[in-house]
Design a protein around this ligand. Structure first.
Ligand SMILES: C[S@@+](CC[C@H](N)C(=O)[O-])C[C@H]1O[C@@H](n2cnc3c(N)ncnc32)[C@H](O)[C@@H]1O
Length: 205
């Protein structure tokens, strides 16, 4: 969310980011996303594209092999400090990331990231996901979404988000559909504040 430059830079600090996420109810949202849509099975390999401080990892069961990537070195440092040996964290721009050192993943997840990327950057990330996830595997993503007639507070928050590329559902679908078999759902009850979110599941054939 961007309420002026100071608030924007404060959110790049891991502790402030995590506090704001907790205040709006993000942990329950991540849980619902993981349990309802990602549904990881024991032993699966998961790559988290734009992992932040590792919030999704908190909701993943033990026995999952996890690699998280993020551009923000402070988030990556905080994630490494919290999760240690349980996971691998890589500080990298997703648009240019090279994950060839890792064996294929069963699942890619991306929470709150596509709306930070313009269409060309988002396509590069979708191509990355397609390259690193095995055939038959999935990318499951969640992002804020414009909806006709949405709650004015939700619209205000989206208009002032740090990400400059929040789209409507149709635009997200156009972005994703050419990469595989796509299912999307729009929710207005993922957070404890008025907010509108799209969850997309993209299966790579
Ligand atoms: C709204 S935060 C979500 C973080 C995390 N997925 C979560 O659910 O808490 C968006 C994240 O995307 C990361 N990000 C944005 N653009 C990126 C890029 N080009 N490459 C890697 N990470 C990026 C930001 O650093 C930030 O951590």
């Amino acid at each position: 969310m961007k309420f002026g430059i100071p608030a924007k830079s404060a959110l790049s600090l891991p502790s402030i980011f995590d506090l704001c996420q907790w205040l709006v109810g993000a942990p329950a949202c991540h849980r619902r996303f993981i349990e309802g849509f990602v549904k990881p099975r024991p032993g699966e390999r998961v790559v988290d594209l734009g992992c932040g401080t590792g919030a999704s990892l908190r909701q993943l069961p033990e026995g999952i092999s996890y690699v998280g990537l993020d551009l923000n070195p402070h988030y990556i440092q905080a994630a490494r400090a919290q999760f240690g040996e349980r996971a691998t964290f890589v500080c990298s721009d997703l648009v240019t990331a090279d994950l060839s050192e890792f064996p294929p993943f069963d699942l890619a997840i991306s929470v709150g990231v596509l709306h930070h990327l313009n269409d060309a950057q988002a396509q590069a990330v979708l191509q990355l996901a397609r390259r690193v996830v095995r055939p038959g595997g999935r990318l499951v993503s969640m992002d804020p979404c414009y909806v006709q007639g949405q709650h004015p507070i939700a619209k205000f928050l989206l208009d002032h988000d740090r990400g400059n590329h929040i789209r409507d559902a149709e635009h997200y679908r156009r972005l994703l559909a050419s990469h595989g078999t796509l299912e999307t759902r729009v929710f207005s009850d993922m957070l404890r504040i008025p907010y509108t979110t799209i969850v997309a599941t993209l299966r790579f054939d």
